[in-house]
Write a protein that binds this ligand. Structure first.
Ligand SMILES: Nc1ncnc2c1ncn2[C@@H]1O[C@H](COP(=O)(O)OP(=O)(O)OP(=O)(O)O)[C@@H](O)[C@H]1O
Length: 598
């Protein structure tokens, strides 16, 4: 068994107790479908009621009432046929509506979760791994499906049988019911005690499942790195550890369930046998008829069966309660960044960008400022290059400008309006981003470029590709623009991916371009092609570029030199070289054209 303490998931501040009442979190999702619930409820009551009448019919058969005349016998069995029809119809109706309700509600929950997660800012994703989110969207919702789609209705049916059965037991024989009543606490108390332990172990089990998905998801997305570093054995080991941890915790749950099933079943049936024994004496002495005893026994078996089934369903309800709580947790999570209740419209026309006294620390690194007292104005149409050593805060400028985080101090404006006063989706339309790592979706080249503007025509997509010097290599692909590029664009070279990303940004046709240049050196030809694409992109737009190439910096109207989160110099290439400061050093050592800078 794995060392559970080493990688035990779920060791966070969340409370461990999982109460079935957590299922209340599902109410908002169930409310719109009240109608379906009502129909299912009626069918449920009907079938439970009819099944409760059956033992009485059996008593009459055993005791021979109404069997004297043939037509009465026929009527009797005709009625039994009708009952069978009602039972079958009621059960089918209940199944249909309950299952449909479950599927509908779970589809709604999945969508609500995904919608929520898609809108969260990066700091939220820092505490939640992709695999874990996926596990919640799939595994946890499946648990809820089983509850709404069956367990609740099964539980209700058994509950009705239990209550109705008890009443009818009393009507059949007060004395024997009294005896049964003595047995019931003996069954219920162990259910409560074991149920509590089961609950804790269920949550733990679900946490293990989520941790397993998270590990596997990460390893799969980096499978080449894992193989290149011959880390397969260790990665397999880590996954095995999580999986075995999950198995061990499942085993504890299964053992508990087994013990619980034994205790409950034995006590229930032992009780029935005991009561039956006394009843048999009563029949012998003529205190009750054989039919009454049979009726009583059937009710008692129904009641015991209902109790046993309830204890099983209870476990499922608890598992689902844990799942619900986790989902409600995500749905209720407050993001650090949020849109204003009523967003100010983004100004039309040329947009000036302003940073005024911006200081920012990443939430995960509260001690080190990533930006400190940054003030900078970028005029419309200007090309500004951000340069500086690794970790200087260049990418952080981009992050804040797109409002993935809010500054701790200071203001960031677009067109003179504080970003926090506008809706993020509105002002982000003014930006076209070319990230350092060009992300390629598992779709065709055409779809990948059209991602920049989903309503673009084929001609517009091709024009953008031409401007980005991507048209020629795309048409040379086996199916041209319709060639699937494979997961993360495995079909393309680094330079080609960049040009697809640039074409995407050109197509977006936004007034402000944010270009994070790739640090990796390209061969001379790709370099020229990418440079040409960037030039096309910069035409008539504001360009803010995290620059790693001398060619780019030399073309810039202004160069902003950053170091340890601060702006240390601003100027043109020649001026900065003449100052012989950090920039001159960087220019000599860091820019990737290979040419001497000064
Ligand atoms: N998500 C994050 N959480 C915590 N700290 C971060 C995060 N991203 C960046 N940092 C830290 O903030 C500082 C600035 O990082 P940033 O990515 O802006 O640097 P950069 O100048 O773009 O570097 P590079 O040229 O290497 O990309 C660094 O010290 C970095 O370690």
């Amino acid at each position: 068994m794995a060392d559970a303490t080493a990688v035990k998931p779920g060791d966070d501040e969340r409370p461990k107790s999982r109460k079935v009442s957590a299922l209340r979190g599902l109410t908002p999702f169930l409310a719109p479908y009240r109608g379906m619930g009502v129909v299912a409820g009626i069918a449920l009551v009907l079938t439970a009621g009819v099944s409760l009448l059956l033992p009485m019919a059996v008593r009459r058969v055993v005791d021979g009432f109404g069997m004297e005349r043939a037509e009465m016998l026929d009527q009797y069995f005709g009625a039994a046929m009708a009952v069978a029809l009602i039972l079958a119809l009621g059960s089918a109706t209940r199944y249909y509506f309950v299952t449909r309700l479950g599927e509908r509600v779970v589809a709604d929950i999945r969508r609500a979760l995904f919608d929520k997660v898609m809108g969260m800012s990066p700091s939220w994703f820092e505490k939640m791994m992709t695999g874990e989110i996926l596990s919640r969207i799939t595994t946890d919702t499946t648990l809820i499906l089983s509850v709404i789609g069956s367990s609740v209705s099964v539980a209700l049916r058994h509950l009705l049988t239990l209550i109705g059965g008890m009443v009818l037991l009393m009507l059949t024989s007060i004395k024997l019911t009294g005896l049964v009543a003595l047995v019931v606490p003996g069954v219920v108390i162990p259910i409560i005690i074991l149920g509590r332990r089961l609950r804790a172990s269920s949550r733990e089990n679900q946490d293990w499942m989520a941790a397993g998905s998270a590990k596997a998801g990460e390893a799969l997305s980096a499978v080449q790195i894992v193989q290149a570093f011959t880390h397969e054995a260790a990665t397999r080991g880590e996954f095995a550890e999580v999986t075995e941890g999950g198995f061990a915790s499942a085993l504890r749950r299964v053992q508990l369930r087994a013990v619980m099933t034994f205790v409950v079943m034995f006590l229930a049936f032992a009780g029935v046998v005991g009561v039956l024994w006394i009843g048999a004496h009563d029949v012998r002495e003529g205190v009750m008829t054989a039919g009454e005893l049979v009726q009583f026994v059937i009710y008692a078996v129904m009641v015991a069966g209902a109790l046993g089934a309830l204890s099983e369903v209870w476990g499922e309800l608890q598992r689902a309660a844990g799942a619900t709580e986790r989902l409600v947790e995500i749905l209720g999570d407050q993001d650090r960044v949020s849109d204003p209740a009523r967003g100010v419209a983004v100004p039309d026309g040329p947009l000036e960008i302003g940073f005024q006294g911006v200081t920012f620390r990443y939430p995960t690194r509260p001690d080190t400022p990533a930006l400190e007292e940054v003030s900078l104005t970028i005029h419309p149409g200007e090309t500004v290059a951000l340069v500086g050593p690794s970790g200087a805060g260049k990418s952080t400028i981009f992050q804040l400008l797109q409002r993935f985080h809010d500054p701790d101090r200071g203001v960031i404006t677009l067109g003179g309006v504080d970003l926090r006063a506008m809706n993020r989706a509105e002002f982000r339309r003014k930006f076209a981003l070319v990230p350092q790592e060009s992300f390629i979706f598992a779709a065709s080249a055409f779809e990948n470029i059209r991602f920049g503007r989903p309503d673009a025509t084929r001609a517009e997509v091709e024009a953008a590709a031409r401007a980005a010097a991507a048209h020629d290599f795309i048409t040379a692909l086996p199916q041209g623009y319709d060639t699937p590029l494979g997961e993360r664009g495995v079909m393309l070279s680094g330079g080609q991916k960049q040009r697809v990303a640039i074409a995407r940004a050109i197509l977006r046709d936004a007034p402000v371009l944010l270009l994070d240049e790739a640090t990796s050196a390209l061969d001379a030809e790709s370099e020229r092609a990418v440079q040409q694409a960037v030039d096309a992109l910069a035409q008539g737009r504001t360009l803010l570029v995290v620059a790693h190439r001398l060619a780019t910096v030399k073309r810039a109207d202004r160069i902003v030199v950053m170091d340890q989160g601060r702006i240390v110099a601003i100027g043109r290439h020649e001026e900065l070289v003449a100052q012989n400061g950090l920039y001159a050093r960087l220019a000599r050592l860091q820019f990737t054209d290979g040419t001497e800078a000064v």
